[in-house]
Design a protein around this ligand. Structure first.
Ligand code: BG6
Length: 510
């Protein structure tokens, strides 16, 4: 792996949750693997009054809770923590940024060499513009004397198409598109990247990967947790904005994209953009017919009393925000015309699982099928994104004995079979890629806007029709019953996955 060029990583919002739970553990993992530059500094910036030593003390307590047990090496932790620095400043006050300049000069050291910078905005999105303006005011936005500057921002990238365009416009006023790294952490997941590798490094799948052989595609991202302490944010968001507009449409794009001509960020992101541009727009009646919204209600699940969404902190008593959404979409292009893509996500479902299922068309002539149900059996390729990461192929085999009875069997690969190979955390991969200037796994501004262009009419319709159906589903179940009927075809239904890749069809999470 390439070791990145020397740089300083400045994290705005360093006293927040993301820094201690994801960013610093990912950086430590890179340090552990000797993938950080030899001299390295992380500068935390936040409103909380701390200095280098109090920030280090804090992180010394926090970090061990978020890293793997086998990495608890006292000396390494100590030397890593020594690389952390902190300044407190009011991010909304431009003149306060002089403190940042002063600190950067100190960190650049005696050599007074111009350093490369990454600015990571781990802040609420409302501060993105303020911070970029202030950085630009001090000239920290542009590449200088062979030194580069990059900026990382986290989703949400806007609230709808209009605000996404505004955000892009503001960012592009001060930074070039190739300096902006928009994180969709799903793209950092090893198994999401493996969608491309499965498709484009094997000769056997690609010839079948089209409307002639694929009956439909199913993408599920289920979570067993509720909204936790994020009720305030979630009320304004809902499942469609929170999961579908970004993570799940990205997965759909990787499944549906054309093979890029070369493996580089522009070629790959051009192809995913084309998928977004091909989503068939939904009109009013499509929205009514092709989308199911749900909200979890209180229930007793595995002996535990579970709150309904409306009882969660920060949530209105009459909230109509969806915590579940299932949607049928079409991709209007040569490869996928007429093939439905079913996407569903929800909070407080029975288990945490994300996977995509490619359902192949059944054989044209049923030689060995003796009942109607068997007739509709299809071959499925299941791409398990998390947990029990792996691939599963379902197909028919002869049951030993007389006659020609067919039974569905599994051919499976689990990442865990690779023994000592660890599936890295998304942030680790994404931080390293940004340090190395590889934007392949980051969302480009035009793709963000295109995804909103598809989602916007749905949000508009829901907003202007306050009576649109919102199904209740008891916490701990697979969501509204109505979602069952969304999948067309007799005997066809969603796959009900379990924690273990190969178990399905039963509620086996005990
Ligand atoms: C985030 C959403 O983007 O992704 C959360 O805001 C969701 O609501 C999370 O829980 C899921 O990510 P992961 O990596 O835990 O599957």
């Amino acid at each position: 792996m390439i070791k990145p060029a020397e740089h300083i990583l400045v994290i705005f919002g360093a006293s927040g949750d993301l820094t201690k739970r994801k960013l610093l553990p990912a950086l430590f993992e890179l340090y552990y693997q000797k993938l950080l530059p030899d001299t390295y500094s992380v500068l935390g910036v936040g409103r909380t009054t701390l200095d280098d030593s109090s920030f280090r003390e804090r992180m010394h307590e926090e970090l061990p809770q978020h890293i793997a047990k086998e990495q608890h090496n006292r000396n390494l932790l100590k030397s890593f923590i020594h690389k952390l620095h902190y300044i407190s400043l009011n991010t909304s006050v431009v003149k306060d940024y002089q403190k940042l300049i002063d600190k950067l000069i100190i960190l650049c050291g005696d050599s007074n060499q111009t350093k490369n910078y990454i600015f990571y905005l781990a802040t609420p999105p409302s501060l993105y513009t303020t911070i970029t303006e202030a950085l630009a005011y001090y000239g920290l936005n542009s590449n200088r004397n062979n030194a580069w500057t990059r900026i990382i921002i986290e989703k949400p990238f806007g609230y709808d198409l209009k605000s996404a365009k505004e955000l892009n416009g503001k960012l592009l006023r001060y930074f070039n598109e190739d300096q902006i790294y928009r994180i969709d952490h799903f793209l950092g997941k090893e198994t999401v990247q493996n969608v491309m590798v499965t498709r484009f490094s094997n000769g056997i799948f690609e010839p079948l990967w089209n409307r002639n052989y694929v009956h439909h595609v199913e993408i599920t991202s289920a979570e067993s947790i509720g909204v936790e302490n994020r009720g305030g944010y979630y009320e304004r968001s809902g499942a469609l904005r929170d999961m579908v507009q970004n993570h799940l449409l990205q997965i759909a794009a990787l499944i549906a994209m054309e093979p890029p001509s070369v493996n580089n960020p522009t070629a790959i992101r051009n192809e995913t953009l084309k998928v977004f541009q091909s989503f068939k727009p939904l009109n009013r009646s499509d929205i009514e017919d092709q989308i199911i919204r749900g909200q979890y209600t209180s229930s007793t699940f595995r002996g535990n009393k579970m709150k309904g969404y409306r009882d969660e902190k920060g949530v209105g008593l009459e909230s109509r925000t969806e915590t579940y959404v299932a949607i049928k979409i079409y991709i209007d292009n040569w490869r996928w015309g007429g093939v439905p893509f079913y996407i569903r996500t929800g909070k407080r479902l029975p288990t945490r699982v994300t996977e995509a299922v490619i359902h192949f068309k059944p054989t044209p002539h049923k030689l060995f099928c003796f009942d109607e149900m068997q007739m509709n059996r299809d071959n499925q390729l299941i791409i398990r994104i998390q947990p029990d990461e792996g691939l599963l192929l379902k197909f028919g085999m002869k049951v030993p004995g007389t006659g020609f009875r067919v039974q569905e069997v599994n051919m499976d690969f689990h990442y865990s079979d690779l023994g000592d190979v660890k599936v890295p955390e998304a942030y680790q991969r994404l931080l390293l890629d940004c340090m190395n200037g590889d934007a392949t796994l980051f969302t480009r501004g035009d793709a963000v806007e295109e995804a909103w262009r598809f989602i916007d009419p749905i949000l508009e319709y829901w907003k202007s029709n306050s009576k649109n159906i919102l199904h209740g589903y008891p916490a701990g179940t697979w969501g509204p019953k109505a979602a069952e009927e969304l999948i067309e075809g007799k005997y066809l239904t969603w796959r009900y996955p379990c924690k273990n890749l190969t178990n399905d069809g039963i509620f086996c999470e005990l």
